[in-house]
Ligand binder design. Structure first.
Ligand code: F6P
Length: 319
């Protein structure tokens, strides 16, 4: 292994720059030549890459986003797209790739390896924390804190004005942010893609609570489970109580990575470089039970198993 490439793909996750910086500097320390690929797989297909030196990654460790840019790339799912990406790797004599991304990125990496046998190692980076077999990706801690900070502010006005709020957080297929901010933010209800819910029962609880003197209520909804606007409208129609909707949106993906997000990004990236040096392939790096672990792509890309019911029960018990 002499030359490696690093790319960021899918939704950005806070800490990506800390991971890129580590791949570059730790790679160079281990006598590797490191190439930065721009806009994820798109950069490999269209030959948009450049060699990085120590200084290429100066001053980025504390920045959100990714200096390599990132994109969702449907072209890479086609035979032609993959072939063009492979031709670029061949042309630049690149022996292995480090993919910084989530479950979707590892699915693409796994398919690519099956066809072209270029070693691929994944660094788990996703605010959705949706990599199976891995307890924590990097970036999710920052996103949770961003969402929680907003939720705490909403609670101030919800309590003061005695209103119901429906707060929509990110998570098209994952309720991880929603369930965890609902728990940490002391919210009354949470609606996520992983579990069905009974709308009538929620409204009934709100009205009952109101009769007991409970005048404010926060319901967190993951974007993949429903629209805050629609849910708020329906609650108002049924309960006749003042209800507002807030969509937190993409602010949850940006911002300065927390100490934990940076620390994980750095340690995962070091492990990813080590994997390539050891001749490994198709491993996703992440954190489980306090250890940095390597999980086969085949496992990492399955639907994530996590304690949805246990956490949901705690939200309700503590309300
Ligand atoms: O990064 C993951 C994620 O934030 C999901 O939670 C969300 O559904 C999706 O990305 C939104 O992606 P986009 O910015 O491409 O609309």
């Amino acid at each position: 292994m002499k030359r490696i490439a690093v790319l960021t793909t899918g939704g950005d996750s806070p800490g990506m720059n800390a991971a890129i910086r580590t791949v570059v500097r730790y790679g160079i320390y281990n006598k590797l030549e490191v190439w930065g690929v721009f806009r994820g797989w798109w950069g490999l297909i269209n030959e948009e890459l450049k060699i990085f030196d120590h200084r290429s990654v100066s001053g980025i460790v504390n920045q959100g986003g990714t200096i390599l840019k990132t994109a969702r790339c449907p072209e890479f799912k086609t035979e032609e797209g993959m072939m063009r990406a492979y031709n670029t790797l061949k042309k630049y004599n690149i022996d292995g790739i480090i993919i910084i991304g989530g479950e979707g990125s590892f699915t693409a990496g796994s398919e690519f390896y099956k066809r072209y046998k270029v070693p691929c190692i994944g660094i788990s980076a996703s605010i959705d924390n949706d990599v199976n077999g891995i307890e924590m990706t990097f970036g999710v801690d920052t996103a949770l804190n961003t969402a929680l900070d907003a939720l705490d502010k909403i609670r101030d006005t919800a309590t003061s004005m005695e209103r119901i709020f429906v707060v929509e957080v990110m998570g098209k297929e994952s309720g991880f942010i929603a369930l965890n901010v609902a728990l940490a933010g002391g919210c009354e209800e949470v609606i996520i893609p992983e579990r069905s819910y009974n709308f009538e029962a929620i409204c009934h609880d709100i009205v009952e609570g109101n009769l007991r003197g409970k005048v404010s209520w926060i319901i967190v909804v993951a974007e993949g489970a429903g629209s805050a606007e629609e849910i708020a409208k329906k609650i108002h129609e049924i309960t006749d109580l003042e209800t507002r909707a807030v969509i937190l949106g993409h602010i949850q993906r940006g911002g300065r990575p927390t100490a934990l997000s940076r620390r994980l990004a750095i340690l995962f990236a070091k492990e990813a470089v080590n994997c390539l040096l050891e001749g490994q392939t198709c491993k996703a790096i992440g954190l489980t039970r306090g250890e940095i672990v390597r999980v086969d792509f085949e496992t990492a890309i399955q639907k994530k198993i996590w304690d949805v019911e246990g956490l949901y029960k705690m939200v309700k018990v503590l309300t």
